[in-house]
Design a binder for this molecule. Structure first.
Ligand code: 13P
Ligand code: SF4
Length: 323
């Protein structure tokens, strides 16, 4: 088979998968939620594509019987906690998160013992058991607002992302905020040198950086010095910002999956990845074929014990309600 014939065959297999997914989702009253980092064809087949906060909100309000979560494990767990009566499916159980893996409930309990009375703010990229030990959850979209909602005199334990934590501390001026030394292997690799290189290549582009990035802390200093056009935004914030900006070019400092949606929604604008190698292998584990299998065989079902879910829900509800 030559390359061209193989390509045509791939497209027709994809089209057949898409048709079957749509039919099965309708028959089973299933909703397909996809994170902004998913591969293009999974984004296209989804009913809703969004950031972690938008997808949590959607999971809480859907009247579907089944939620197929095209994202990573902690996101599907959050959906299950918010919609306990629904069947929540993750198409590949290997879709984990290096950041969520940096802390577990035992480590958090130990940290809390060292700071009695401190308020625990956990980024949504944590397991349900860690959330159950937390007072508040947050996402990159509302972390600053959540910390602002906590009385200033209260000590805060912020986890697990140290770069997001550093950013929030700078934004809120909360020096009584302790940071867990966790990082995401994709975003931690995005460093200051990348920004300098890209700015040199595209001097007229706006620079949008996810606050999980390793360059965030250095970029915050650079903002006041030499690069005033850097903005720190989660994936949903980047999409909203690009829509309203009159700029034509944007340097995107996050996982490259977001660029597909940015281009689709803004075909006249140009998007340059801060690093084209910033790819989350966990997010990319979800394929069309696995989404189809997930719907056909109703796997892999996500479960959370009632005890953990009830405790974690309090922190997640606060995350959903605070903007
Ligand atoms: P958002 O909250 O911006 O969607 O990011 C989620 C995530 O996993 C970042 O790596
Ligand atoms: Fe986790 Fe990083 Fe992947 Fe986001 S990009 S899901 S934080 S490993």
């Amino acid at each position: 088979m030559n390359k061209k014939t193989a390509g045509i065959q791939d497209v027709s297999i994809q089209e057949a998968h898409i048709r079957k997914i749509k039919t099965l989702a309708k028959e089973k009253n299933a909703v397909i939620l996809a994170h902004n980092y998913q591969v293009p064809e999974v984004q296209d087949v989804a009913d809703v594509v969004g950031d972690s906060l938008e997808l949590s909100r959607k999971a809480a309000e859907t009247d579907a019987d089944i939620i197929v979560f095209c994202g990573v494990h902690f996101m599907a767990e959050t959906a299950k906690i918010l919609s306990p009566a629904k069947k929540v499916l993750l198409p590949d159980m290997g879709a984990g998160c290096s950041l969520a893996d940096t802390i577990d409930a035992d480590l958090l309990r130990g940290w809390k013992k060292e700071h009695p009375g401190a308020i625990v703010v956990s980024y949504v990229n944590t397991t349900a058991e860690v959330k159950a030990e937390s007072d508040y959850c947050c996402t990159s979209a509302n972390a600053v607002a959540i910390v602002h909602a906590i009385p200033r005199e209260k000590e805060i334990l912020f986890l697990p992302d140290m770069f997001l934590g550093y950013y929030v501390r700078q934004k809120t001026g909360r020096m009584n905020m302790h940071l867990w030394p966790g990082e995401c292997h994709v975003h931690a690799g995005l460093r200051k040198e990348y920004i300098m290189k890209r700015i040199g290549e595209y001097p007229d582009a706006e620079v949008l950086i996810h606050p999980e990035c390793g360059c965030t802390s250095q970029a915050l200093v650079m903002v006041s010095e030499c690069v005033p056009h850097v903005r720190f935004l989660g994936t949903g914030g980047m999409l909203a910002y690009v829509q309203k900006s009159s700029a034509q070019k944007f340097i995107i400092g996050t996982e490259t999956g977001l660029i597909y949606r940015l281009k689709k929604e803004n075909p006249e604008k140009e998007f340059i990845p801060l690093d084209a190698g910033a790819v989350c292998g966990y997010m990319k584990k979800i394929t069309l074929e696995k989404v189809l299998r997930s719907l056909e065989e109703e796997k892999y079902e996500i479960t959370v014990t009632e005890r953990v879910a009830n405790k974690a829900k309090k922190a997640i509800d606060l995350m959903i309600s605070i903007h």
